[in-house]
Design a protein around this ligand. Sequence first.
Ligand code: ZN
Length: 183
Amino acid sequence: MTNLLNISRRKLLQIGISTAACCVTAPALAAIPHIKGIRNLAFHNLHTDEKLRVSYWKDGTYDRRALAQINHILRDHYSGDVTSMSPRLIDLLYDLQRKVNNDRPVEIISGYRSPQTNLILARASDGVAKNSYHTRGMALDIRMTGTSLPKIHNTALAMRRGGVGYYPDSQFVHVDVGPLRRW
Ligand SMILES: [Zn+2]
């Protein structure tokens, strides 16, 4: 089996259709190594004090139940409204944590904000955008125990996956999967 896995796809194609169609080689080809694995994430919502640890992705497939749990802990804690958070945002968070080598719960300052909640916050603070990506389930305000804020900030910037905002006075970094921008 190991030898079969070591044979390159090109080689298998050279061997011909009879080999590729064989009951042993076909599953070997189907199992693409780079999409194998499990992605775990842990959250701590600082407003509600809720905690969650989930495997949200396995072997190339998102776990719908885990995503629903993530949607719940990232809900608008003012109104209770829940939305479907962007899986790209969840992947960004996962990759960011791996890059800074931190597997502790991500501390959530703000996740989803309903348009009504966002409007109220925008009126009260200059730091809240009127058309925030928080209202689309595409943004998070985070920090991580064990990783400095500048390190989170610089790593998020280097990843170039969307918007990054730095709020040292409030001790959080905003990340979103909207267009590439920084502030
Ligand atoms: Zn934000």
